[in-house]
Design a protein around this ligand. Structure first.
Ligand code: ADP
Length: 477
């Protein structure tokens, strides 16, 4: 049994802004189920929702601050959570990282440096918790100073750093470094300095014993200039200590056999009931109810990363094809307006819902035939996995986790029953249109299509699988 300290700035359902919260909510539970002693460390934000009791455990002094450590448990599980309680930094309403205008909190460097210092105290068993981890697993820039600080300790646990998105690095002016009172030894180009800026993420990339990302393909991509955001050389240098482990999905929440958001449940042997969800979706979105016409679905942040501009470019040609298209998302105002315009002009074919709607997301996964996810980059991605589980074949671009979780439909993969979607390479509208045409051709053969749906639905996207890979990694270091 390993003792693991899992350091994270968000964890579902306590507090969530994105995919990191899903991983932090699921992976520790899955590791606990594999018999590991794992504890989460997370800042005690005002908006953090603990449903179990919260107790005071101890007070640690770091950088002249007295910080309380509180203890609770994850909802619906026995996994212990330690909350870093420092009201001056964390007892504010709203988002963990940005204010109500979307600007980063002015004292973010102080907040997360303090968080990392507390992690370091716990990791070295100096925090009066009487518990010494074997592994400290940090995530994204907010916890990335921990491996750097631990590198200065004579007796320290093994450190792992997971990158969930290279686009966020936690960079600050050089003067911040002095204000934070961090050890001088870490300020150099091989350490936390990045072109005369302080880079939090470098603490993880340069000092962790091992680095992971959330898919094997993304682990390779971030070693190139296109995806590495200036840190590709450091990542290349560390390539022997860098690997990818794909995220799992919540198989209870996303299960077509029992999904509480659906009126009609189905599995591989009752796929005809999927048509009832399709009718419900067409009704909900105000489209003509037609069981024959293929329905395309999209659920996404409407941003450049997700290839929404490519979709807009394809729409005029898509409108000439026999299909319907339902979209759910929000994001870039210009994308929203353009999509609204297409929907208003083509109410029989396109229906758009702007906003965040969990129930509709489930109905789109269940009721669509084909799911569009032409991302420019995608560290892991979830919707392509949900889609496969719901027998909704995804069209994805060959990048990151999309490349690792969707098997293109080709003669060989049809024959060995691994084909589970349509994969295209170039981030160009022309390539996406070809993929859409290919999907329509496949859809026109009901027997072949049904087999593809079954291949997709039977794939194993469990967290158990991913947690076992993390455990193998911990054991190998
Ligand atoms: P990312 O984290 O980059 O946004 P992912 O595919 O990894 O993309 O995860 C996005 C998650 O958020 C999925 O669970 C998806 O269903 C959900 N989601 C995104 N936009 C919406 C929306 N408008 N309404 C409901 N769920 C959404």
């Amino acid at each position: 049994m390993k003792k693991i300290l899992f350091v994270t700035s968000e964890a579902h359902p306590l507090i969530k802004t994105g995919g990191l919260a899903d991983v932090s909510g699921s992976l520790p539970k899955a590791l606990a189920e594999l018999g590991q002693d794992i504890r989460l460390l997370i800042p005690y934000y005002q908006s953090l929702k603990a449903t179990n009791d919260v107790y005071y455990r101890c007070t640690v002094r770091v950088n002249n601050c007295n910080v309380n450590i509180l203890e609770t448990r994850m909802p619906d599980s026995n996994v212990l959570v330690w909350l870093v309680d420092y009201p001056e930094f964390f007892n504010f309403p709203g988002n963990p990282y940005v204010d109500e205008h979307g600007n980063p909190w002015a004292n973010n460097a102080d907040r997360f440096a303090l968080f990392c210092r507390v992690a370091t105290e716990i990791a070295t068993n100096r925090a009066y918790l009487d518990w010494q981890p074997d592994i400290v697993h940090c995530n994204d820039w907010q916890s990335a100073l921990t491996p750097a600080l631990l590198s200065l300790e004579a007796q320290r646990p093994i450190t792992i750093f997971t990158i969930h998105n290279m686009a966020y690095q936690g960079t600050f002016p050089a003067a911040t470094y002095d204000n934070l009172n961090l050890p001088r030894r870490l300020w150099n180009p091989n350490g936390l300095e990045y072109h005369n800026l302080l880079s939090f993420i470098k603490g993880g990339l340069a000092f962790a014993d091992h680095i992971t990302t959330v898919s094997p393909t993304y682990a390779l991509e971030i070693q190139t200039a296109e995806f590495g955001y200036g840190l590709e050389d450091l990542l290349k240098h560390r390539k022997d200590h860098l690997s990818g482990i794909i995220n799992g999905i919540d198989l209870e929440q996303w299960n077509p056999e029992s999904d509480p958001y659906l009126s009609h449940h189905y599995e591989t042997n009752s796929l005809n009931k999927k048509a009832l969800n399709k009718a419900a979706l067409q009704q909900a979105m105000g489209l003509p109810e037609n069981p024959k016409i293929p329905v395309f679905g999209l659920i996404s942040r409407l941003v450049h990363q997700k290839g929404i501009d490519m979709i807009l470019e394809c729409l005029p040609e898509m409108l000439e094809m026999p299909l319907q298209f339902v979209l759910l998302g929000s994001g870039d105002r210009l994308f929203e307006q353009q999509l609204h315009m297409f929907a208003a002009q083509n109410p029989e074919k396109i229906s758009l819902r702007v906003g965040y709607d969990e129930q509709l997301a489930h109905l789109i996964e269940a009721g669509s035939d084909i799911f569009l996810m032409p991302s420019r980059f995608e560290p892991c991605g979830l919707n392509q996995m949900y889609s496969q589980r719901y027998g909704t074949l995804p069209i994805v671009r060959k990048t990151g986790g999309l490349a690792d979780t969707v098997v293109d439909t080709l003669p060989a993969t049809i024959a060995n029953k691994t084909a589970s979607g349509i994969v295209f390479s170039n981030a160009q509208a022309g390539a996406l249109i070809e993929a859409i045409k290919r999907s329509l051709f496949l859809y026109s053969n009901p027997t072949g299509w049904r087999q593809l749906q079954k291949n997709a639905m039977l794939k194993d996207f469990s967290w158990h699988n991913s947690a076992q890979q993390y455990l193998n990694l911990y054991d190998s270091i």
